[in-house]
Design a protein around this ligand. Structure first.
Ligand code: AMP
Length: 422
């Protein structure tokens, strides 16, 4: 128990961490290119924020939250997603009064009490963007283009971008009535949650994860057929801008987001072949959310992608992203009494921006050379009796085994030049 991470969580070990850093860098660069700036919000928030901001009829809120009471009896929740947190920060800092749109991106762990499986964890990581303050369909297209830009930069080519419009509260009302009528004869076959929620919230049945619910309402009318002219026009424009910019997508009228504050554009990216959890990201417009969370009437749009799933997709596509490893210089003190000058040299190398290592136990020269090999050191610097007495160092190039003797005072500069040719 003590020696195992909690179910649904895992360690990112240093080798793996490099892949994460590489991916995070790519994403960050793309987001900044598109004018999005990083926001970091707390890992936990007041539970009520998610009840309102995600919706208390959703699985996330009703079943999957890590909620706890703190010592002052407040109900707090580890964030299950990032949008509500950004909305809260936007309202708290009155940023809706400044330059609009406000464009943010975030990275970070999210927590959901989900059933762990490949690509699904209880602590997982998302990258997300949110843009507040513009209803323009150009912004919808921009957000989707950023998502596509990120995928292109990772090297992933095989993915499907699904696009739909979920309308606005006005056009959704007439659809709601029709959908309820359609569901009534099939209600017995719905899951227990949907049996209860379909009367009030029939759209939630459409995005219920239970396969039996989807099966029992197969052939249902689609929201798309009920869009009002304004919503149709918005959708047509988004599609048009995407086409003009050579972004491929497929219209998918089964793609729904069952909450009232989701409006117009909805999209999802799937990677075929990464298993049951094929969605790597999704998002959409939420023009009613800021108001629902206690802020002004301010439109918004965003998306979130699962970092684990992108890494999984990259692995399966045979793409092995990794930061180029720093070149390492290993300093060998041939004897315990040379430890102190060796430490000094390591410090000088590090001060010059060169990654340097040594063995503080001054084991045998052979053991230290093995250590250097294991670390994949580019150069080894030897400090023995001759070197100390003569005021020089011996530098061995580990790839071609050439050796150089250089005065101690010139050592750092020489090593720097040598590394450039390694
Ligand atoms: P959502 O906030 O549910 O729309 O999720 C956005 C993205 O986060 C999904 O497309 C997944 O890539 C990822 N994701 C959601 N839940 C999990 C989870 N439990 N484990 C890993 N990734 C997840």
């Amino acid at each position: 128990m003590l020696t195992k991470a909690p179910r649904g969580t895992y360690d990112i070990l240093p080798e793996e961490s490099r892949r994460w850093q590489y991916l995070e860098n790519i994403i960050k660069e793309a987001a900044e290119l598109y004018g999005y700036r990083e926001i970091r919000t707390p890992i936990f928030e007041h539970t009520e924020l998610f009840e309102r901001g995600v919706g208390d009829s959703t699985d996330i809120v009703s079943k999957e939250m890590y909620t706890f009471t703190d010592k002052a009896d407040r109900s707090l929740t580890l964030r299950p997603e990032g949008t509500a947190c950004c909305v809260r920060a936007l309202i708290e800092h009155n940023l809706y009064n400044g330059v609009l749109p406000v464009k943010w991106f975030y990275f970070g762990p999210m927590f959901r009490y989900d059933r762990p499986q490949k690509g699904r964890y209880r602590q997982f990581h998302q990258f997300g963007v949110e843009a507040f303050g513009s209803r323009s369909p150009y912004l919808d297209a921009e957000v989707i283009m950023l998502l596509v830009e990120i995928l292109a930069r990772t090297g992933l080519k095989e993915y499907d971008l699904h696009l739909n419009s979920v309308g606005c509260p006005i056009c959704r009302e007439s659809y709601r009535q029709e959908l309820i009528k359609y569901i009534v004869p099939h209600q017995e076959r719905l899951c227990n949650d949907c049996k209860v929620r379909y009367q009030n919230n029939p759209l939630r049945v459409l995005d219920c994860k239970q396969p039996e619910c989807q099966k029992s309402i197969e052939g249902h009318p689609t929201l798309f057929d009920y869009l009002c002219p304004d919503c149709h026009e918005h959708y047509a424009q988004v599609k048009n801008y995407l086409q003009e910019n050579q972004i491929s997508f497929q219209h998918d009228d089964k793609l729904v987001r069952g909450l009232d504050y989701y409006t117009n554009t909805a999209f999802e990216v799937h990677i075929p072949g990464i298993g049951a959890q094929s969605a790597i990201g999704g998002g959409g417009r939420y023009d009613g959310l800021v108001e629902a969370c206690g802020g002004p009437k301010l439109p918004g749009i965003g998306f979130a992608m699962g970092m684990e799933r992108i890494l999984l997709a990259l692995e399966q596509a045979g793409i092995n992203p990794s930061l180029v490893q720093n070149q390492i210089v290993f300093v060998v003190a041939m004897n315990e009494q040379y430890l102190s000058p060796a430490v000094k040299l390591v410090k000088q190398l590090r001060d010059a921006g060169i990654s340097a290592e040594m063995d503080y136990n001054a084991r045998s020269a052979r053991a230290q050379m093995k250590h250097a090999d294991k670390l994949n050191a580019s150069l080894v610097v030897l400090l023995g009796e001759d070197e100390i007495e003569g005021g020089f160092v011996t530098i061995r190039n580990m790839s071609n085994k050439e050796q150089h003797q250089v005065g101690l005072a010139q050592a750092v500069e020489f090593i720097n030049t040598l590394l450039a040719s390694c």
